[in-house]
Write a new protein. Sequence first.
Length: 301
Amino acid sequence: MHAYWKWWFAAALAVAVSPAHAALNVFATVPEWAALTEELGGDKVKVYMATSALQDPHHVEAKPSLIARARNADLVVATGAELEIGWLPLVLQQAGNPKLRPGQPGYFEAANFVTLQDKPARLDRSEGDVHPLGDPHIQGDPRNIARVATALAMRLAELDPQNGETYRARYKAFDDKWRASIARWEREGAPLKGTPVLVQHKGFTYLIAWLGMKEIAALEPKPGVEPTIAYLSEVLATVQRQPAKMVLRAAYQSDRPSQWIAERAKINAVVLPFTVGGDAEAKDLTALFDDTIARLRKGAQ
């Protein structure tokens, strides 16, 4: 081989394997943070999503496939507030990846950057799937996503400083677009203010508070506990005294309880995507809220 071509081949190979050109491997626990990381990172990140929108994020199996992905990750992006307490610590322990240990730059919890609601007055596991730190379903309020985006963009730049300008530029573009979208969603959602609703599971706390709706009751007697007919009958009696406009459930949940109450109370049963990928329309973060607002407005009619 001619000396020039030897040099060219060696240089090309060096560029191909250079860390500056290697994507940052990100292990995202739930779809909303996978989508946000891709918005902020573009082709500088390679994101693995550990769960789907049609899985209950509380109950995930620590499969070998998850452990293998965590073993090779540079960053884990989790909700935190103990949403993933039943599976993520085991995955990280089995993966043995020192980058992803809590307290390291490679460990990121979104809940640390927002104000958590519904902290329980007392801790008692007999009360169901109680979250001692507060409600972890923070993605229901797009203003929370804006707060998380700020911190996540900084973390990406910290871990991959060579591409820091890219992350900062993508964050600026996302933030400008997101704030304009929030203003639009708040205009479109204004008619929902004060609307009384039932929820199948207490997973819409932040969404309801953001839009100014009013939660009358939950169909689950305790968080994560399937309701009996006797309990649903109690909720029905509550609705007859204090009418609701609709009953909300997440796409990953069974429709039986909400259909039971909707038929008897003569109210609309509304299925919300809950996160990115929860239905065909909610393909990304912006579409998630477009679809959610549209479904709520239709349900409130």
